[in-house]
Design a protein around this ligand. Sequence first.
Ligand SMILES: NC(=O)c1ccc[n+]([C@@H]2O[C@H](COP(=O)([O-])OP(=O)(O)OC[C@H]3O[C@@H](n4cnc5c(N)ncnc54)[C@H](OP(=O)(O)O)[C@@H]3O)[C@@H](O)[C@H]2O)c1
Length: 311
Amino acid sequence: MTFSLNDIPDLSGKTAIVTGSTAGIGKVCAFELARKNCYVIVACRNQTKGDAVVKEIQEQTGNKRVECIILDLSSLASVKKFSETILTTFDKIDILLNNAGLLDVPFQLTEDGIETMFATNHVGPFYLTLELLPLLIKSNAGRIVNVASMLHAMTTLTGVDFEKISDEKNYNGKTHYAKTKVANILFTYELTRRLKEKGINNVYVNCNHPGAIKTDPYYQGGLLKKGSFIDSITNLYFISVEKGALTQLYLATSPDIEQKDIKGQYYVPIAKCGSSNGFSKSKENATKLWNITENILKEKIPGGNYVEDRI
Ligand SMILES: NC(=O)c1ccc[n+]([C@@H]2O[C@H](COP(=O)([O-])OP(=O)(O)OC[C@H]3O[C@@H](n4cnc5c(N)ncnc54)[C@H](OP(=O)(O)O)[C@@H]3O)[C@@H](O)[C@H]2O)c1
């Protein structure tokens, strides 16, 4: 299987939300969707950065149907506000690219009292996805792509106690990242099962590992030093950010997804069906994570109006 930017079909009439599109892989995805005439919502937490990206995309692609709407995934109030704006402005959403993510940050609780990486990488995207599901169902073929990581496989060794995920005790940024990424995969599989049970067949939920790409977190987190010996030899292993965007662009846009009914799958570079670890395949783990996340939302959403059973 190969997939290149040229294989992205014309997306006129489609609307996509790309989270984390101010930098890295998400920015490339926003560009390429806009280039193919998609209406693109740059969902980001920083207005100045978002406006700059919108301007850049509009100028370079000629597509003016690109806008920035503020979304801070670490804040349930922000996710709620963003979703309300989308629900009142758009009739349908065709692509939700849950790409934003944090890697290996020091322990900190969000304003909602949730560990920051878990809040940003899992709880926020979970809430966002369920809020927007009615609009994805209104699309002919709604696509949800959850960007995970091959590092989820570390949970084979560490396991995950989701009940204690926001505890500072024994917190380690690297293994914690893996736990949030296995959560992306568990969510993908469980949402697919639940949609199927409800007879909703026109929403395609998949997840992926984009590849190893030297985006900012590798340098900011001190994993690598720019220009160092290790930086240059690791270039042999890393792929470009453009290549790193391809697998999620495939899941978000390729006609294959409907034609081959690709749902509830984990994809790896480039656009290949992969296999996630045993922990992620456990229905018991998926149900547990789903229930824990719903309980967090019921307890913490401002105004307390989380609606269960929306699918
Ligand atoms: N790079 C890799 O090798 C690799 C490998 C496997 C998986 N991934 C996954 O790929 C995805 C993209 O990674 P990347 O390497 O492109 O990272 P990146 O360059 O650091 O970009 C991350 C994006 O997420 C946004 N973001 C962070 N926290 C946010 C929040 N609270 N609310 C909204 N947006 C937020 C950032 O916004 P700001 O600009 O405001 O910071 C930025 O736009 C992540 O999910 C990551 O886990 C990456």
